[in-house]
Design a protein around this ligand. Structure first.
Ligand code: SF4
Length: 354
């Protein structure tokens, strides 16, 4: 069995619920958060976690915790941070206070991922986000002053009332912040979200494609490398934690709704807080057969420019040849690498290679 080098921890609490949100999240209540941290500590102890390379704390909104509980969370994680190379916390700009930034720094967090979504304050209000662009600027300034400059910002493409002009302005604003990493995801409108009940729709495929083209052109011109379908980074600043997933490597997942992959088992934790608090953590388990492993390998490896070793698709040489001819893949030193065009139609490529 390969070593497990990565740990994901989910903190499900948010101070305000965004209209488009489809993540595992709950309204923040102090008492729930206190009990949650106790259960999380027990769950972490139930795994033989050691010698990690990456830790990623996501949500929800980890920074929704009040300062004393935020400190407690960091202390719980301290047990596992020895030798960790990349330690990321997700944060929302409005709750990333100076005191929390100091705590992050004191506990060796060296990467922060900020939920920005758009820099247009009117659109942020429309989708019930609780921050403004000036708070993003302030948070990034404070992070940098504290010595944390490995910063990602998340953007959503296709939010209500957006346009190509607004996206171009978003990118200009984001580039002015001099961050190392930018993630851009197309808006999804799931049936149980407020956005759906308000009648908003996802952007049409060709509009979304146009948005991606704008992002690709602007960011690559500014020195970013498009290293995964939805992720761009300055050279050397790819998310090592997320690369664990895309390399099809194992990882621990702890917290409400978290997923993990250990010893050929992919598991998913319960999304029911009461159940989680009774220490029934895992709700689904999938034993990964050799065939499934190959499927995951193809699906995940082809998302990034690290690519897929030809040995995994050696019986598909004709299909591979066609995909190369169509300029959707390139072959370099026996590794198949998706082109930008390829990344945009990845589902079709994967179907052909299965
Ligand atoms: S902050 Fe994130 S997790 Fe919380 S409601 Fe908004 S989108 Fe969902």
């Amino acid at each position: 069995m390969n070593k497990v080098n990565s740990l994901y921890i989910h903190i499900p609490f948010c101070n305000k619920i965004c209209d488009y949100c489809d993540f595992t999240k709950l309204q923040y209540f102090r008492n729930f958060a206190i009990s949650y941290l106790e259960a999380l500590k027990d769950e972490l102890k139930s795994y033989p976690i050691k010698d990690l390379k990456t830790i990623y704390v996501g949500g929800g909104t980890p920074t929704a915790l009040e300062d004393d509980l935020f400190e407690e969370l960091l202390e719980i994680i301290d047990t596992y941070t020895d030798g960790v190379q990349e330690y990321t916390f997700e944060a929302n700009p409005e709750s990333l206070s100076l005191s929390k930034i100091k705590m992050l720094k004191a506990h060796s967090v060296n990467r922060v991922s900020l939920g920005v979504q758009t820099t247009n304050d009117k659109i942020l209000k429309t989708v019930n986000r609780d921050h403004s662009f000036s708070e993003v600027q302030e948070a990034i300034k404070n992070l940098r002053e504290a010595g944390i400059d490995n910063i990602n910002v998340d953007l959503i493409l296709g939010l209500p009332h957006t346009s190509e002009k607004i996206l171009k302005k978003d990118l200009k604003n984001i580039l002015s912040l001099d961050v190392k990493h930018i993630s851009c995801y197309g808006l999804t409108v799931n049936p149980h979200t407020v956005l759906f009940t308000k009648g908003f729709k996802e952007p049409e495929g060709d509009i979304l494609r146009k948005y991606y083209d704008i992002v690709e052109e602007t960011l690559t011109k500014n020195g970013f490398v498009h290293y995964e379908v939805s992720n761009w980074a300055e050279p050397g600043y790819q998310s090592e934690h997320n690369l664990t997933y895309w390399r099809n490597e194992q990882y621990y997942g702890c917290g409400l709704g978290a997923s993990g992959y250990i010893k050929d088992i992919r598991y998913k934790n319960t999304i029911n807080l009461s159940q989680y608090l009774t220490r029934v953590f895992v709700s689904e388990k999938e034993e990964v057969s050799e065939r499934d492993k190959l499927t995951y390998q193809i699906m995940l490896n082809l998302r990034t420019i690290e690519g897929l070793n030809m040995s995994f698709v050696k019986n598909k040489r004709n299909v591979v040849g066609e995909l190369i001819k169509e300029k959707l893949l390139i072959l370099k030193d026996d590794i198949l690498i998706p082109t930008y065009e390829g990344m945009m139609v990845l589902d079709q490529i994967i179907l052909k290679l299965m």
